[in-house]
Every structure is written in C-alpha cells, then in structure tokens.
Design a protein around this ligand. Structure first.
Ligand code: HEM
Length: 254
C-alpha cells in the first residue's frame, strides 16, 4: 500500500474536502432569480392590461380572485400568490446578501477594480448590487401592500393609488430597478448556465432589447394608471363597476 493511500484512508490528506454547499446555494440563487424574472414578465403583462381599457384590467383582476371559477371574488386568493412570491423573494435576497461587499473597504476595492478593468460585465454586476439593495425596501413595501390589501387592486383602486396616493414616483423607481436588475440577472444566468457558447455580444444585445421592451410597456402602463387616476381624482375610493355589470356586489369591485 502506498503512502498516499494510507494518508487518504486515515483521513489525513492535507487537501481540504471541498464542500458542495457554495455550488448548491449558487444554484438556488439562480433558480429563485429565474422564477422572479419570469414572474415579473407575466406580472408586467397582467398589470399592463390597463392599457387595453378598464374593463380588461377588471377582468384580469377578477380572474385572479377566482370570480370566474367560484362565481364570487375572493381577493384573499391573491394574498396566497403574493405570500409565495414573498417567500421566494426573501430567499433570493438572503442568498444574494452573501455576495454583497460587507464593508466600506471591500466596496472601495471592488469599485477601484471595476474602474481599472472597464469591463462591462464587472460594472453590470455592481449595478445589480445597487438595484438589488434598493429593492429590499421598494419591493418589500409593494408586496406588503398587495398582501394585506388585495381588494384594493383594480382599475380605479390601482389608478387612485398611483395618482391620489402619490405612489407614481415610488413605482417609477421600482420599475427601473426591476427591469435593470432582472435584465442583468437573466443575462448572467444565460452566460453561466444555459448558453455558454453564445457570444457575450449577442447575449448583451438580447438583454438590452428585452430591458427596452419591458421598460416601454412599463412606462406606458405607469402613464395609463396616472392618467386614469388623475381623471378619477374627484371620486377617489369609488369602486369600478364594469360596463357589462350594472349591480355591484359590495366589497368585491375595486
Ligand atoms: C404576487 C405579487 C404581486 C402582485 C399581486 C402585484 C400587483 C401589482 C399591481 C396590481 C400593480 C398596479 C399598481 C397597483 O395596484 O398598485 C403593480 C405594479 C407594479 N409592480 Fe407589482 N405585484 C406583485 C409583485 C411584484 C414584485 C415582486 C415586483 C418587483 C420586485 C413588482 C413590481 C411592480 C412594478 C414595478 C409596478 C409598476 C408597473 C408599471 O407601472 O409599469 N410587483 N403590481
């Protein structure tokens, strides 16, 4: 038996056993990020339904409240979905924190490195940290509101929130953070896991095209809610009743 075999059998090898946990955590961070990014694409289309008219947004809202399945709207069903998103959002944030610079010294070192490298991917990573940090607060506030008051979602409820409750600056910053953070995140996922053979140049073009596309829809949506909120300001708090339904069921139409 050779010396090496003896050392390994005795567990005395000087090579430390490599833990699989960093890789597992990395995979979990990528998976939760992918879920959130895809969720945000769907979310944008649902929220943008206001661009097609109040009735279309009302129909989307009632669909998620189960109105077309149970004959009655249950806004709490939306809270359940928000609850799932909150869990995944918090998990993703927790996993991301381990990569943040944890001291001013570390931050300065990275910043100096970024400036000297002038490599776009390194700079994009720092922007992901900035936007991710902002979303700790902004997305948490939005999710809390959606979780606690799902009955306030609707053409007039959402538009009043944007205009009369003055939340449009909040949504504007959140929109920019989400689109830049999500776009950079998906680009990094593609480079890391899915598309190693594609050129970075191609992936970057795809990233900017996707970000631009969702920002255009996002701005149009924000504007549509603000316009409706402005027009509806005198009747703040009044529930929306679609043209096809004349009598309202108390508490379900917002
Ligand atoms: C299930 C969870 C969610 C629900 C039910 C939901 C619902 C809504 C609704 C109804 C609006 C329209 C404005 C309003 O009523 O206040 C909205 C807007 C918005 N939400 Fe969410 N949201 C969810 C999760 C998220 C998350 C996780 C983010 C980002 C991290 C996000 C980012 C935004 C942004 C940026 C807008 C403004 C969109 C625009 O004006 O173009 N939402 N959301």
């Amino acid at each position: 038996m050779s010396n090496d075999t003896l050392i390994i059998q005795a567990g005395l090898s000087d090579k430390p056993r490599k833990s699989k946990w960093p890789a597992r955590l990395d995979l979990a961070q990528s998976a939760s990020g992918l879920f959130l990014a895809l969720f945000m694409w769907l979310h944008m289309f649902f929220v943008a339904s206001i661009c097609l008219g109040e009735d279309v947004m009302w129909t989307v809202t009632k669909f998620f409240e189960g109105y077309y399945f149970f004959g009655t709207a249950y806004p709490r069903l939306v809270s359940v979905v928000v609850g799932v998103v909150i869990v995944i959002f918090v998990t993703h944030a927790l996993l991301a924190v381990r990569k943040f610079p944890i001291s001013y010294k570390q931050y300065k070192t990275y910043h100096a490195h970024m400036k000297s490298m002038r490599h776009e991917d390194t700079t994009l990573w720092m922007w992901q940290v900035y936007t991710g940090f902002a979303m700790f607060f902004l997305a948490s506030a939005h999710l809390y509101q959606m979780f606690v008051w799902p009955q306030e979602i609707g053409p007039y409820g959402s538009a009043d929130r944007m205009w009369s409750d003055m939340l449009w600056p909040f949504y504007l910053v959140l929109l920019l953070c989400v689109e830049f953070h999500g776009g950079i995140g998906l680009y990094r996922l593609a480079v890391k896991w899915c598309w190693p053979n594609a050129t970075r140049d191609f992936l970057k073009k795809l990233k900017w095209a996707t970000t631009g596309f969702f920002l255009i829809i996002g701005f149009a949506t924000l504007f549509a809610y603000m316009k409706l909120g402005y027009e509806h300001r005198a009747n703040y708090g009044e529930p929306y009743v679609p043209t096809s339904i004349s009598q309202s069921i108390e508490g379900t139409y917002k």
